[in-house]
Design a protein around this ligand. Structure first.
Ligand SMILES: Nc1nc2c(ncn2[C@@H]2O[C@H](COP(=O)(O)OP(=O)(O)OP(=O)(O)O)[C@@H](O)[C@H]2O)c(=O)[nH]1
Ligand SMILES: [Mg+2]
Length: 373
């Protein structure tokens, strides 16, 4: 990957005719004044007000590329297109409506160029940051939205849209944002070393905001996905247990059918029912629990064997509890059975995860850098 510039500033735009020319000129000046070699990439979603044409013709001091997307909308995916086109060592992402203080670009970029961190995020909520003339209700919504993200990030301002990142970290990162929050998506998925830079956010003076209720709903959907991503292991285990429970029902039905319809001896029927249930579990785990995984060779056979070992573990644990933990009394055997199921489920899950199915994303080499923030 060649870095032709130190900085690529990515500007997503949708009907920014009044802002685009002055913002390009001013960003270009800031880069020049700080001896930063840079380019500006405008990713425009087919604005009807001529934004793209204005951006192409503005007189500027640094190269400007304009990419027009037709038939697609969305701030976050526009930024991802910018990452793809960028040729700088560091990508800066900012709004094109002068809400983000462009004189802070050097503060965002230098810590990365100097290898103090891999990503910087403009924050309204660290000392020195703030919002210009924001009504109380907007402050509450902004703070509330930030609080909701606390379980997935330590960013003080997770809904910020101003960031800079080392390009190699986003070039082939597996980003899949819903809606707008590319900063949050990147911080959670890439896990870069982070520094927050205080910024004062100013409301736009020209043009119209595209922020609406759909954006808020998309934010909640996005958060849900990020929580699932962050706590994926636990969520997957829960799915595995739900499949296991459904397997108990299949086991029982198959047992009854074998005994009452096929007239098998119950001891023989239990083995057949077990195979039915294990096959059911295997199928469901394959299409649901481990849906983004690949089945390994002999994955069905290994799954059946793992389940059989799991059954052994369940019976073994139960035996230990009954014989040596005094659980023979009354109905304590039920508790002993549950403890056995728990241990067996954990074993089954881990073994199925690593022996029967394989995680494709690990092979494509997703990047993980320890967080320092
Ligand atoms: N490419 C692209 N850019 C968009 C889209 N929606 C918004 N933008 C741009 O994203 C930036 C932020 O959008 P704004 O409408 O200012 O939203 P906001 O800053 O959250 O809201 P305000 O505080 O009201 O300004 C601006 O540069 C917009 O032009 C879109 O669908 N596609
Ligand atoms: Mg704005």
């Amino acid at each position: 990957m060649n870095n032709i510039f130190e900085v690529s500033v990515i500007l997503p735009t949708r009907n920014e005719a009044q802002n685009i020319a002055p913002i390009i000129t001013q960003i270009s000046n800031v880069l020049n004044e700080n001896n930063l070699s840079g380019e500006i990439i405008v990713v425009d979603d087919d604005s009807s007000d001529g934004t793209a044409a204005i951006a192409e013709n503005v007189s500027k001091g640094c190269p400007v590329r304009v990419f027009v997307r037709k038939g697609v909308r969305g701030l976050a995916t526009a930024v991802m297109k910018g990452f793809e086109l960028a040729e700088g060592r560091v990508c800066v992402v900012m709004d094109a409506d002068f809400s983000h203080p462009l004189e802070r670009i050097p503060n965002m970029v230098f810590p990365i160029l100097e290898d103090k961190c891999d990503m910087t995020v403009g924050s309204r909520y660290v000392s020195g940051g703030g919002c210009h003339d924001w009504p109380l209700i907007r402050r509450i919504v902004s703070r509330g939205s930030g609080l909701l993200a606390k379980g997935v990030t330590r960013l003080s301002d997770p809904t910020s849209g101003f960031m800079a990142i080392r390009r190699e970290l986003v070039a082939d990162a597996d980003l899949d944002p819903v809606g707008w929050k590319i900063v949050l998506e990147t911080a959670v998925k890439v896990r870069p070393r982070l520094i927050e830079v205080p910024i004062v956010f100013t409301d736009r003076e020209q043009g119209e905001s595209k922020l609406d209720t759909k954006v808020q709903v998309d934010y909640l959907r996005h958060l849900f996905k990020l929580y699932l991503h962050t706590y994926r292991g636990f969520a997957r285990f829960t799915q595995f247990c739900i499949v296991g429970l459904s397997g108990v029902a299949v086991d029982t039905l198959a047992l009854m059918a074998m005994v009452e319809i096929v007239k098998f001896d119950p001891r023989m029927a239990v083995v057949v029912a077990f195979l039915f249930a294990v096959s059911w579990n295997y199928g469901l785990n394959r299409v649901w629990t481990f849906k983004e995984f690949e089945s390994k060779r002999y994955s069905y056979v290994s799954f059946v064997l793992i389940s059989a070992v799991g059954l052994g573990i369940r019976v073994g644990i139960m035996h230990l509890l009954l014989e040596y933990a005094g659980m023979k009394a009354g109905r304590l055997y039920i508790i002993a059975s549950f403890v056995g199921i728990l241990f067996a489920s954990v074993f089954n899950f881990i073994a199925a995860r690593y022996i029967s199915f394989s995680d494709q994303s690990k092979k494509t080499g997703s990047i993980e850098v320890p967080s320092k923030s």
